[in-house]
Design a protein around this ligand. Sequence first.
Ligand code: PBG
Length: 307
Amino acid sequence: MRGLVRETELTPAHLVYPLFVEAGLSGRSPIESMPGQDRLGLDALAAEARELRALRIPAVLLFGLPPEKDEQGSGAWARDGIVQQAAAILKDAAPELVVIADVCLCEYTSHGHCGLLWPDGTVDNDATLPLLMETAVSLATAGCDIIAPSDMMDGRVAAIRAGLDQGGFSQVPVLSYAAKFASAFYGPFREAAESAPAFGDRRGYQMDPANARMALDEVLTDIDEGADMVMVKPALPYLDVLRRVRDAVDVPVAAYNVSGEYSMLMAAAERGWIDRDRAIDETLTSIRRAGADMVITYHARQWAERH
Ligand code: PBG
């Protein structure tokens, strides 16, 4: 009877699983700050892709750990970049697996910021745009199905859309990290991706957690610039923002259940303070209930194994 009247549906079809791919790694290596998650070497990807498909998970979101970093983040758009190589392997092993590429420079810059820097250490928004555009085109060329810019530079969706169209990728959609807040909950990810800023923080380009109206404005701006889907990130501390975005727009909405949300739950479960599986079910259901079409979550694989 509960099933008959249940309002919110959660199936593997709604889940996106983030993958960290590390250059030079063979096999898998556990991420200490995220119990149960691994970084993968290129040689581990084909099997991973097939297993995710067998679990009916439709999509992955790729992050790369390049062999080297530099001031510009040139590893992001290198033809043989780590994510470019990973995408080709995944598409070859499981062509129906949707490969979403995160577009940002922070994993590739020596200073760990998401864009080029002025001499005073602040981010040069406009000079960063052509690099993001080049990265997006390079990732689409490598076979990525969806381009997801997470850098938060102003004007990047328009730049990326124009670059994709000119490059012959007008059919490749942009999933914009539209409302991305400057959050403490990215902590474990920055350890996993070795992308913590060497100095300062990201408050100059990510959003103030206090602002929900501004989040809506960012979402509408990105849709205006050509975003096909929009994201709210993190998820749990921003379910109200997610609901408002869902009510305001008709494009698909994604929510990112980020690393800190994952690790917090796993740490409490490890101590026996909460029931892990029930807490995960409730978490993912709440994000769907708040209006997310897609939930990007590190729990995806474990959840799908149980259902
Ligand atoms: C890159 C990026 C970050 C995350 C996704 N893309 C880190 C950041 O902005 O510092 C965080 C994801 C997570 O915490 O799970 N800019």
